[in-house]
Write a protein that binds this ligand. Structure first.
Ligand code: FMN
Ligand code: FE2
Ligand code: FE2
Length: 400
């Protein structure tokens, strides 16, 4: 049975959620499912904005047919070619062969690589183009690399609505409540929204900043993303989050201690440091890098102002889970933070120097204090060194 949710008089939610998805894009673990949003505008012309993933194809097509209520579907606007929004394309074309595809040249080129697709019935738009669909005007805003190069957005002028593609999206399936003000967004969705941002678009902070500049010039009362709830109140709060995230600035003051330990001694050192910092009033969190997925660690590293990387030496290298985290941080341009290092080794500790080499190749990072070397197990002398390291971290923490 269809589940169509009105957003305004002529504007409807026709997407659906996959509660069973546990590994988004085959690498990001998610625990609360994900929604694939699609929207239908019934003006003098009828316009569908985006398709969905195959996981929710049946529900979506049923919603669409019912929402059309026998009317002809004039246009399909495609904002983003990624398969989570176009995998149902051929099925859609079979059902709606007369519907005109409104999109840009890059989307068309990509569609051709994914599907046997001919360019008939395509209407190409460029940045800033407008298109009247009756009482309403669509304005197309390009957003390259948020999250793929072909991405564009639509601003429906009379609805003051920005259809923002993947931007402002989040993991988390939607129930009957599709608006951010109808769910406990900060409590339930924000950790997923942060994880979504940093793992999906986080690398492209400059491009997100460009979109935010374009958005600032628009009178926006509603944001309709491709995943997660719709924003119709409190938009400033979420826009501010995006501004902070895309500038790579810490969202909160805190020391995230990332620890990669084989037998537990490096973790022991990390916890001694954490307790020392907490005693001084520093907000601190310890993460077991070997048992926590790198996608979660990435989001937490971006969340806080400071980080400590503590790793055992493994085959003359950084213990692999820590190396993976550092590579991912580098790939996502982690910056504007202070960090400290703890290493461990039983015969030739190397992890500290190697971690510093990776971090040294990244921009705008400040090393705090000296690397603390643990020789197998923590001793009195190690505790003294950890105390001195806590001094250096706390000094920077309270100075900024
Ligand atoms: C497979 C393997 C390779 C290791 N390679 C090194 C090494 O290259 N250099 C070194 O000093 N210690 C090496 N170690 C030893 C650990 O780094 C050392 O025992 C350390 O104290 C472990 O810290 P943890 O208790 O936090 O796991 C290796 C250990 C394992 C299991
Ligand atoms: Fe995407
Ligand atoms: Fe997406």
């Amino acid at each position: 049975m269809q589940n169509i949710i009105p957003i305004s008089k002529d504007f409807f939610y026709v997407g659906s959620s996959d509660h069973g998805c546990t590994l988004f894009e085959s690498h990001i673990p998610i625990s609360r499912g994900v929604s694939y949003n699609s929207y239908l505008l019934k003006d003098e012309s009828v316009v569908l904005f985006d398709l969905v993933d195959t996981a929710v194809a049946d529900a979506f097509l049923e919603n669409l047919e019912a929402a059309l209520g026998g009317r002809k579907l004039d246009y399909l606007v495609l904002h983003h070619m990624e398969p989570d929004h176009t995998a149902t394309f051929l099925r859609f074309r079979k059902l709606y062969p007369a519907t005109r595809i409104v999109t840009n040249q890059k989307v068309v080129s990509m569609l051709k690589n994914f599907f046997p697709f001919t360019e008939e019935n395509v209407f190409l738009v460029k940045e800033g183009d407008t298109m009247s669909v009756g009482r309403r005007t669509l304005r197309f805003i390009f957003a390259p690399m948020v999250h793929w190069p072909e991405v564009m957005m639509t601003y429906i002028e009379e609805e003051k609505t920005l259809l923002s593609a993947d931007a402002f999206g989040t993991f988390g399936a939607l129930g009957g409540s599709i608006f951010a003000d109808e769910v406990h967004f900060e409590e339930e969705f924000l950790p997923d929204a942060r994880k979504y941002y940093f793992n999906i678009v986080g690398k492209y902070g400059i491009q997100v900043q460009n979109v935010l500049k374009k958005a600032a010039a628009l009178d926006i009362a509603r944001i309709c993303p491709l995943h997660g709830p719709i924003w119709r109140s409190g938009l400033e709060w979420y826009l501010k989050k995006y501004d902070t995230w895309s500038k790579y600035e810490p969202e909160e003051k805190g020391v995230a201690i990332f620890c990669a330990s084989i037998y537990g001694h490096t973790e022991n050192a990390a916890r001694i440091l954490a307790a020392d910092l907490a005693e001084r009033g520093v907000f601190v969190k310890v993460y077991d890098v070997t048992h926590t997925h790198v996608c979660d660690l990435l989001a937490e590293a971006f969340r806080y102002s400071h980080a400590v990387f503590a790793s055992a030496t493994h085959n003359l290298g950084i213990f692999l889970p820590m190396e993976v985290l550092l590579i991912d941080l580098k790939a996502h341009f982690w910056q504007k933070r202070g960090y400290a290092l703890i290493e461990n080794g039983s015969w030739s500790p190397q992890a500290g120097a190697l971690m510093e080499e990776v971090l040294g190749g990244m921009r705008d990072l400040e090393k705090l204090g000296e690397t603390v070397t643990v020789l197998s197990a923590v001793k009195e002398g190690t505790c003294r060194e950890l105390h001195v390291l806590a001094d250096a971290i706390a000094k920077d923490y309270f100075a900024n």
